[in-house]
Design a protein around this ligand. Structure first.
Ligand code: A3P
Length: 278
């Protein structure tokens, strides 16, 4: 199935792109609140009533033709969309055309934390009648590149290389950097999207409001995100997208051997690319 057959890109599209468990929920919330900052009151914000996945349209749901999904063709421009698809799958008119103003904001994360997060998530979604997925099995799959949307490292490299070639088209963020310096990252995203914060907004503390609103503590404590309702149509509940939201939780789960193997793969894959997680 070709994405071109199911998606009519617009030059104004803003795409939040991630490999699963790298901070999709967080980035959706941040970009949504950055670009809509003049439309909503922070004390009565859509993010306090809806999960970020309900505010940012998921491209794959549209491509699959999910019945519950609003058609993205009817959305006003600029559209804010979200995807887990690798960069190479997007139409050339979006990725290789300097005249297209569409923007990709990508976030990646230390693969050891991604694995742990994926493993917990997989077990939350696993049918109750099955035994839990052992970490060893999740590790084997992940380290052999068996992941939804392709091997983790290739996914990162696709966007990273594109960000070097097309710096105006692709912005690459790291979960760890956003954790460390959220305000700086919010400013960077706003500038990249062509909507920098004005001196008046800075004075009013809008950047800090956005950081606070989208923080793990704030989002995970909204009633809407505490819901653990699942259905056949919607097998993931809002609460499934919030666990710990920390950097380095892998130390509590991975054996030294697992950690060493993942470090080696990461080193080999990223060698000579200029990309690293440290
Ligand atoms: P952990 O399982 O390590 O806690 P995704 O949104 O791509 O599915 O990623 C989910 C991961 O992001 C989970 O990581 C989740 O807890 C974390 N997360 C969700 N919202 C977050 C936020 N606002 N800030 C930081 N991390 C967040």
């Amino acid at each position: 199935m070709l994405i071109d057959d199911h998606f009519n890109p617009r030059p104004t599209d803003i795409i939040v792109a991630t490999s699963p468990k790298c901070g999709t929920t967080w980035l959706r919330a941040l970009v949504f609140s950055i670009i809509n900052r003049n439309s909503f009151d922070f004390n009565d914000h859509p993010l306090s009533k809806a999960n970020p996945r309900d505010l940012v349209h998921f491209l794959e749901a549209h491509i699959r033709g999910d019945r519950s999904t609003v058609s993205i063709d009817g959305l006003l421009s600029p559209r804010l969309l979200s995807t887990h698809l690798p960069y190479s799958l997007f139409p050339k008119c979006m990725t290789d055309d300097a005249s297209s103003a569409c923007r990709f904001v990508y976030i990646c994360r230390d693969p050891k934390d991604v694995l742990v997060s994926k493993w917990h998530f997989a077990n939350k979604l696993r049918p109750k009648e099955l035994p839990p997925l052992p970490l060893e099995e999740a590790f084997e799959l992940f380290s052999n590149g068996v992941s939804h949307y392709g091997p983790f490292w290739d996914h990162v490299l696709g966007y990273w290389k594109a960000s070097l070639e097309w710096p105006k088209k692709v912005l690459c963020l790291k979960y760890e950097d956003v954790k460390k310096e959220p305000s700086g990252c919010v400013r960077k995203v706003a500038e990249y999207l062509g909507v920098p914060f004005s001196p008046e907004e800075e004075k009013k503390g809008i950047v800090e409001e956005i950081v606070k609103l989208c923080s793990f503590e704030s989002l995970s404590n909204q009633d809407v995100n505490k819901s653990d309702t699942r259905s056949r149509q919607n097998p993931m509940s809002n609460s499934d997208f919030f666990r710990k939201g920390e950097v380095g939780d892998w130390v509590n789960h991975l054996s030294p051997q697992m950690s060493e193997i993942l470090d080696k793969i990461t080193e080999q894959k990223f060698q000579g690319t200029g990309f690293s997680f440290h």
